[in-house]
Write a protein that binds this ligand. Sequence first.
Ligand code: C2E
Ligand code: MG
Ligand code: MG
Length: 685
Amino acid sequence: MRVISSIITEHNLWLVCLAAVVSLAGSIVTMRLLERALRADGLQRWGWLFQAACAGGSSVWCTHFIAILAYQPNAPVTFDPTLTVASLAVAIVGLALGFAIAATTRRTSTAIISGGVVGLTISLMHYVGMAAYHVSGIIGSSHAYVAASVMLSLVLAITALATATQVERSFAAPVAALAFALAILSQHFTAMAALSVIPFASDPTNATVFETMAVAIGGVALLIVGTGVASQMIDSRARNETTRRLHHMALNDPLTGLPNRTSFAERLDRELARAEEEGHELAVIGIDLNRFKEINDFRGHSAGDQALRIIASRLTDCVKNGEFIARIGGDEFAALKDFRDEDVLLDFLGRLEIALFEPFEIDDFRAAAGASIGVAVYPQDGLTAETLIGNSDLAMYRAKSELNTAVCFYESRLDEVARERQMLARELRLALELQQFDLHFQVQISVTHATICGYEVLLRWYHPERGLIPPLDFIPIAEESGAILEIGEWVLREACRRAAAWQIPHRIAVNLSPVQFSQPELPRLVHEILVETGLPASRLELEITESTIIADKTRALHILRQIKALGVTIALDDFGTGYSSFDTLRSFPFDKIKLDRLFMNEVETNPQTKAIVRAVLALGKSLEVPILAEGVETDNQLALLRREGCDEAQGYLLGRPGPHEEILPYDDIFALFETELTTKAAQSA
Ligand code: C2E
Ligand code: MG
Ligand code: MG
């Protein structure tokens, strides 16, 4: 009652209200700044603590001064300037200390200690401020109220700090602010209730001056509070902006600004859930640019980037509400479209096609990327995101291989073959590591001398579930994926290593894929392997097909010449099928021509085939290049070859391809084999 009556009878109530507003506003800002400090770390934390201490100290000090100016002792009053300034310093330094303690750990004991320091600071500030306050009169003081004022500030400040440090709770800052404001106000007014003044003389003029001062202090206090609010606002804006930018970066492709793969996957999951719930269809569309690589290779990467940006912006322009398009890889895009009526989907695909096929101009050249588009539709082509993406890819690959259409819809019948290939391609990548490859050797003999001239090395893949997979089934896949480079290197190294250990130094013939000729370092690799395994270059023959030379003639011939210079011989495999161009024969001095096994199939029955075989053998004679006939299966074929002057032969009649262990005895039974062969040849002659 004493406190209330002191407020009502001895104070200017307007100024009391102003003091309350200042302390509450100041406390809210102080506690928010303290919360920010507790959430930050390092130098940032110290910055925020400094701000919190300044805002808190100023609030305590301003509240005190407005309230003291609201006090009407009806006696002349003066202020000691030094102590007045000192009281502000006490408030700021004391709170800085208290807040710093609160920031050290999250323990309750720490919060209580820091609250204690803050509570004592409020009281100390008050009494230092009161020491600066000189009234001309007899001043009485009640110790009980003084003690009560200190207790109140202690308890409420501890409550404030204990709540403020629980930053993860949403109510922490507002409750702490209320407790802090109450600590300041209750401390001050209880302490003031302790005071009794008997003035020496009455001085009524003081009142207006004091009011003006109080309002001025209130204004300054609110300015300080405003600064705190502003810095917090700037901080939270900056944080929101950074979060937004990081979010954008995580979900968008930096080059085109389109959503990226992650964003596409998220959106697909959501759209699938919606399609299931609402019972409509959803098209998953895979898009792969057709001629992007050309633009990139011939015009440079910056032109490639520009092309991607143009295409992306066209795609963005062509999508309507609810349609979604993303860039999911180098030149790969993906789109989503929900629909009930197929015409709606066809309209969307039409728009995509226009955007992708329309020519564009970059610098001084005009190009059109074009694209292959594959579509898989939920639910008929798959129920999960993974299946739908896989199936749209399969359809897209089919679109790539088809000449007259850019868009293909997934069809299980057609695309299963591709799926099988994809699976093999995946397994092929691991086959080398898992040691699933082996080499078979097939003998090549000299028809004229009836002697062994070498062995062709043939790759075998023992698949753990599918068993033996023939090379014609997996080599094209390995060529497509590029795995042939590693596999081919293994074949060459392994074949040379094994042959180097043979007692009889037969030659080996190793098949090379056209893809291996894309590596300019192929001659160096051959040389390295020869040195490493110790196989003389003259014992190695490399078999290439005509397609190697057709693919990139200048490059292939350059590489071939370098290899030949090492002393390695080069055979032209499978001659007679495919191009069979005289230009190929003219362009490089082959050491051997291998006549494809198709001719042996028919040589006995078809007079035309027989005529061609004769002509090829004659051609070999005049070019002085030995001819090897592949696929010799019967005695008659061998006899015919002998008659026509064929140099070498290879085929099931002479020996099937076999594992290394099985062909090794050939070295021992060589004599037997030779007599048998000679007898056979003599008989057929
Ligand atoms: P190619 O180089 O023309 O190899 C000869 C193929 O004819 C071998 O088939 C061989 O088993 C088969 N053959 C041999 N004699 C006869 C016969 O009398 N009758 C019949 N019908 N066939 C016979 P294979 O081993 O299945 O190899 C097929 C093709 O795979 C090879 O044709 C070659 O192009 C490729 N290839 C095999 N190994 C490798 C390799 O290590 N690297 C590369 N790049 N390709 C390889
Ligand atoms: Mg071959
Ligand atoms: Mg062949």
